[in-house]
Design a protein around this ligand. Structure first.
Ligand SMILES: O=c1ccn([C@@H]2O[C@H](COP(=O)(O)OP(=O)(O)O[C@H]3O[C@H](CS(=O)(=O)O)[C@@H](O)[C@H](O)[C@H]3O)[C@@H](O)[C@H]2O)c(=O)[nH]1
Length: 486
């Protein structure tokens, strides 16, 4: 670094070079050669890396002003050298999909924890609601108002880039402008039923999710290979095998030879499959390009309030209860609140990992603060407890009784193709080891979720409660409204 500071020449770096410098913690050394740049002659400099990995040396043109800028941005993202090398200390986090259910809660949480946050979002989730005639149980403010209010309450700024990450130019401009140290990628079509409406929704889901993620990978490679990708995967990538589910990898002995391999994937919707495809692409780029990535295989999220979204009603998160985007426990609470029987699909033995949204934001923060190593494709199973659908229905029935609600359950012919009685035991220790302190599903949480649903029950559209998308009846005909299962 002393060499870098001692350069008295002008260093007129391009943005790409600046980000390269910043991201690779380069030591810049004067070079003997002088190179022409436009009408001027500038000394060429050679950039060397502190990292243990062999690095290419590059020559750049530089100005004194941008040297000090580079020094500043290097020192922002990297702490001083430790005995094992520089400590990566991410400060700027891009939250792709920051207007959605998990993304909004996470963006606020990270901002509250003093990360510099930028939200990248195409706002397409709001469009899905308009197209399908759905709405959040809770009224939600526009993203611009949300961000304005957050700033007025806390003084903290969140930058906003509205656009589609499948448009690489838009995405790369956002990268160049914000210069993230870490990217949290929630920006995908996340509903299994939505992906099973018709051919065009299946194609949209896979194209949007897989190409969007590929673009993020290329943007990171081009902009800064040090940038840590924290990608929202899903527990649904594993399916429901008749053996324990490990965290990403399984050690197998076959014909006398042993290897640790990616855990087998058996996803059961075009949505869940899109996440499998993403995982493969990310794993490949970690190996091929030395990217650092964490795949958060998240279970089913419930709840709505986080410390930050509860600060003001205009910061309120969305809460989906409909048959397309609503998830099991949130749906059951709304159903109980409005006197609709709980909709247990099939035999109700479907078991999944679940977590409180307050733990989603905690897990993402932990993943960012403890980044994967360069070249590492790390997989965490992100959930805190396992429940079957029948377990959830019983819990909501009991909690409802305590509030004076008469909660009934109905068996709905299963619109999905999935095992309804099966073994399920998934490991989830890695985030605990990093310090996750789970908010387990308690009577008091169920009580407050039910009260929350009661508070907004006049906004419930009863016609959106029953499921109406069939895994078996999906076809090529475009559905302007979801197909009926019966
Ligand atoms: O009214 C309902 C709703 C759901 N289910 C059942 O509950 C289970 C979970 O369904 P869900 O709709 O709560 O969740 P899922 O479709 O799996 O997707 C959700 O949870 C996934 C995590 S996981 O389930 O794959 O672990 C995330 O990836 C998705 O983005 C999120 O929408 C399924 O067996 C489903 O058949 C019912 O019995 N009744």
């Amino acid at each position: 670094m002393a060499n870098l500071l001692s350069i008295s020449c002008a260093v007129n770096t391009s943005p790409a070079t600046r980000t390269y410098l910043r991201s690779h913690n380069k030591c810049v050394l004067p070079c003997h050669a002088y190179k022409a740049c436009g009408n001027h002659m500038f000394p060429s400099i050679i950039i060397k890396s502190h990292r243990e990995k062999p690095q290419r040396a590059i020559a750049v043109y530089a100005t004194a002003a941008s040297v000090s800028q580079d020094v500043k941005s290097i020192s922002e993202a990297w702490s001083p050298q430790s005995p094992s090398g520089p400590i990566y200390n991410p400060k700027k986090v891009m939250v792709i999909g920051g207007d959605g259910y998990c993304g909004w809660a996470t963006a606020l949480h990270l901002s509250n924890k003093n990360y510099e946050v930028a939200i990248v979002d195409s706002l397409v989730r709001r469009l899905f609601d308009h197209q399908l005639g759905l709405d959040s149980l809770t009224p939600i403010s526009s993203i611009q108002n949300r961000i304005r209010l957050w700033k007025s309450l806390t003084g903290k700024n969140i930058q906003l880039y509205v656009g589609d990450i499948c448009d690489f130019e838009f995405l790369f401009d956002a990268f160049k402008s914000f210069e993230p140290d870490a990217v949290v990628h929630f920006g995908e079509q996340r509903s299994a039923p939505y992906s099973m409406i018709d051919r065009s929704r299946a194609v949209f889901t896979q194209q949007n999710n897989v190409i969007g993620t590929l673009n993020v990978l290329f943007a990171i490679k081009e902009f800064s290979e040090e940038c840590h990708l924290v990608k929202l995967g899903t527990m649904g990538e594993y399916g429901t095998p008749n053996i324990d589910i490990e965290e990403g990898y399984i050690t197998i002995t076959h014909n006398g030879r042993t290897d640790t391999l990616p855990y087998p994937k058996q996803a059961s919707s075009f949505y869940h499959l899109s996440k499998v495809h993403d995982s493969h692409n990310i794993a490949f780029t970690c190996k091929a390009w030395g990217m650092r990535a964490t795949d958060l295989n998240q279970g089913v999220v419930y709840g709505v309030r986080t410390e930050e979204t509860a600060m003001h009603e205009e910061l309120c998160n969305r809460f989906d209860y409909d048959g397309v985007f609503g998830t099991a426990l949130n749906r059951f609470c709304v159903q109980a609140a409005v006197g609709h029987p709980l909709t247990v699909y099939g035999m109700g033995g479907q078991t999944r990992g679940y977590l409180d949204i307050r733990d989603t934001v905690q897990c993402v923060e932990l993943a960012i603060a403890n980044p994967a190593k360069p070249g590492e494709f790390r997989v965490f199973n992100q959930f805190t407890e396992q429940f079957s659908v029948n377990n959830l229905a019983a819990l909501v029935t009991n909690a409802g009784k305590k509030l004076g609600l008469e909660v009934k359950t109905m068996t709905v012919p299963n619109p999905r193709v999935e095992a309804e009685e099966h073994y399920y035991n998934a490991k989830h220790t890695k985030l605990m080891e990093l310090g996750l302190r789970p908010h387990l599903l308690s009577d008091s949480l169920l009580d407050s979720l039910l009260n929350f649903a009661i508070q907004f029950k006049d906004r419930v559209d009863h016609s959106q409660i029953m499921p109406n998308i069939s895994w078996k009846k999906i076809g090529v005909k475009a559905q302007t409204a979801p197909v009926q299962t019966s």
